[in-house]
Design a binder for this molecule. Structure first.
Ligand SMILES: [Ca+2]
Length: 130
């Protein structure tokens, strides 16, 4: 039985260049979907029981909607344990004080040791591409 969580966020303005990368240290199989405006921009999967740090993938997009979310699905484990997360965000400013970049990181917990490293998704969004 799979368990999942959807984490919505609206911190990147429409039209920004948003990049992401995903790692895992969990035992279970699962997936991470990056969405904008309800459309899945990328689905990144973990398909083994290796608990060593794994780099699962990365991607980028000019986002068409500020309404973004991450969906983390874990295919195994105790179905009574909810998937939970903690996240933070910060800004990068130019010398005039304008916001030129925003970073965000999401730590996801899939069991009961609360290390929040089972899936880790980091974002960097930029007002300007290239
Ligand atoms: Ca954990």
């Amino acid at each position: 039985m799979s368990r999942s969580i959807e984490i919505p966020f609206k911190i990147f303005p429409e039209g920004w260049f948003v990049t992401w990368s995903v790692t895992s240290q969990c035992y279970f199989n699962g997936s991470v979907e990056i969405k904008s405006g309800g459309t899945v921009l990328q689905k990144i999967e973990k398909t083994d029981h290796d608990v060593d740090l794994q780099y699962l993938g990365h991607g980028n997009a000019i986002i068409s909607s500020q309404d973004m979310s991450v969906v983390v699905t874990v295919e195994e484990g105790d179905p009574s344990e909810p998937i939970i997360e903690q996240h933070h965000a910060s800004m990068i400013f130019n010398k005039e004080g304008d916001t030129v970049g925003i970073t965000m990181a999401i730590g996801v917990e899939d069991a009961n040791d609360f290390d929040f490293n089972d899936f880790f998704i980091s974002f960097a969004g930029w007002a300007k591409k290239g």
